[in-house]
Design a protein around this ligand. Structure first.
Ligand code: SIN
Length: 463
């Protein structure tokens, strides 16, 4: 019998489904099918592709309640967040449906009258995507949207923890009229499927959202066949609060940025850097707001923070809290957990830590959990130095009503995504991508289609 992935509900530990793992032979066949399908799909018109993407988006929206329930059950996020993610996922498809129509080429003035120089762009070929469990729908459409818009074919491996949302999304893609050989899914473990994707001569591009160590491995493995790579990797977002900011407003943004998806997003605020003049006020108000968040099963009405995804994630979060406490941090909210190893569910109550110092693990490593460490700064230069002091450069936030300070942060923070008085900057029409070890390339925005295209130059002589 073929091997299966056991998909469980992280809020209860109950088994939701068993998903058949694709054998290496079946994956090889699907890769060849996707490679062959590219030869015709790349010749379709941009308008046909836009229509398919728009239809897919419509079906996703029609299926919102069903998709949201599947997502909450397998990922744990509150139902309201899952509903929001369904809309967010569809928005990447409608955005890239329009971008398909703007894949312009250009003509270059030649240096003699009998020549013409033309530049066109076309899809890179079969794209293999590896997507994460924290946004089981949106991280797929953010890749499939531009891939299909560019005329590429697409094969996706969802995270082992959350394949059910993806299975439904792929069904809806086919229902929308996207040929079955143009969008395909394979299931299994990343460690097994990654090397099959990276070594395959049929795959021209790897796109990955996940941890920095896995991203580095995929980049190395892709070198032998010189694949295009897009990497959306780990973050360690600083959230800088200046003394002129409106603290009540900042608290609302900090709660949204930190505790969305139980703190399990790459762009979640991970380090709170607060000016020493307002640290007490901010810490007290923020801790109160964190304590008021309702924790529980995401399917229940009013729940705002669900479980963390699994034991591995839970252990890392708890180790960071323990390390911080051992080195002198004070717990202002939370610091407690609710879990059952036998059943297999893990909750971390929203936690706020004060008196945090830079030598603590939580200030160096990505947390991916509902824990907010707070430390102080005295000057904007010091805030920037602390913010830039890790290898990560995905998202950073700064709160000030002073335009000179805002521009200083914009120019000096080495991060690909900045929120100025904004804790939730992600949107389909803007680029999403990291600097330094947080990634290569941008997703979303007009930038998001570029990594799926290659340039062809034509020189015509003898005219
Ligand atoms: C991520 O965590 O990688 C995605 C978050 C977002 O799109 O806002």
């Amino acid at each position: 019998m073929s091997e299966q992935l056991i998909v469980t509900n992280p809020a209860t530990g109950e088994t939701l489904a068993k998903v058949t793992i694709d054998s290496p032979e079946s994956i090889e066949t699907k890769l060849k099918v996707g490679y062959e399908a590219f030869k015709t799909f790349t010749k379709s018109s941009a308008y046909e592709r836009a229509q398919l993407l728009n239809r897919w988006a419509e079906l996703i929206i029609e299926d919102q309640e069903n998709l949201a329930k599947i997502m909450t059950e397998e990922n744990g996020k509150p139902l309201t967040e899952s509903r929001g993610e369904v809309v967010y996922a569809a928005s990447y498809l409608t955005w890239f449906a329009e971008e398909a129509k703007r894949l312009y080429g250009r003509t270059i003035p030649a240096n003699s009258t009998n020549k013409r120089l033309l530049v066109t762009r076309q899809g890179v070929g079969l794209v293999a995507a590896i997507t994460p469990w924290n946004f089981p729908a949106a991280m797929m459409t953010r890749k499939a949207g531009p891939a299909l818009a560019a005329g590429c074919t697409f094969i996706v491996k969802p995270a082992e923890d959350t394949p059910l949302t993806m299975i439904r999304l792929v069904e809806l893609a086919h229902k929308a009229g996207i040929p079955e050989d143009v969008v395909q899914i394979v299931n299994g473990r990343g460690a097994d499927i990654g090397p099959l994707f990276t070594s395959s001569p049929y795959v021209r591009k790897i796109t990955f959202t996940g941890s920095t160590p896995v991203g580095k491995q995929l980049i190395k493995e892709s070198a032998d066949t010189v694949k295009h790579v897009s990497m959306e990797l780990g973050g360690h977002a600083p959230f800088i609060i200046c003394e002129d900011a409106d603290i009540d407003y900042v608290v609302t943004q900090a709660i949204a940025s930190k505790f969305r998806n139980a703190g399990q997003t790459c762009v979640c605020a991970n380090r709170f850097l607060v000016h020493e003049a307002v640290i007490d006020e901010f810490s007290e108000k923020f801790a109160q707001a964190a304590k008021a968040l309702k924790v529980g099963n995401g399917l229940e009405e009013g729940v705002e923070v669900g479980p963390v995804i699994n034991k591995k994630g839970f252990d890392k979060i708890v180790a960071q809290i323990e390390d911080a406490k051992a080195k002198g941090a004070t717990v202002l909210a939370g610091g407690t957990t609710h879990f059952d190893d036998e059943k297999g569910f893990y909750f971390v109550n929203p936690t706020v830590l004060a008196n945090v110092t830079l030598d603590m693990k939580i200030m160096q490593e990505e947390t991916f959990g509902p824990v907010a460490p707070i430390t102080s700064f005295k000057s904007d230069e010091e805030a920037v130095e602390i913010a830039n002091s890790t290898p990560f450069g995905l998202a950073a936030y700064f709160f000030t009503d002073n335009y000179k300070r805002g521009i200083y942060f914009q120019e000096n923070l080495d991060f690909g995504i900045l929120g100025w008085n904004d804790g939730l900057p992600s949107t389909a029409q803007a680029p999403f991508g990291g600097m330094k070890e947080s990634g290569i390339g941008s997703e979303g925005g007009s930038e998001g289609i570029e990594p799926y295209l290659q340039t062809k130059y034509l020189s015509i002589a003898g005219l």
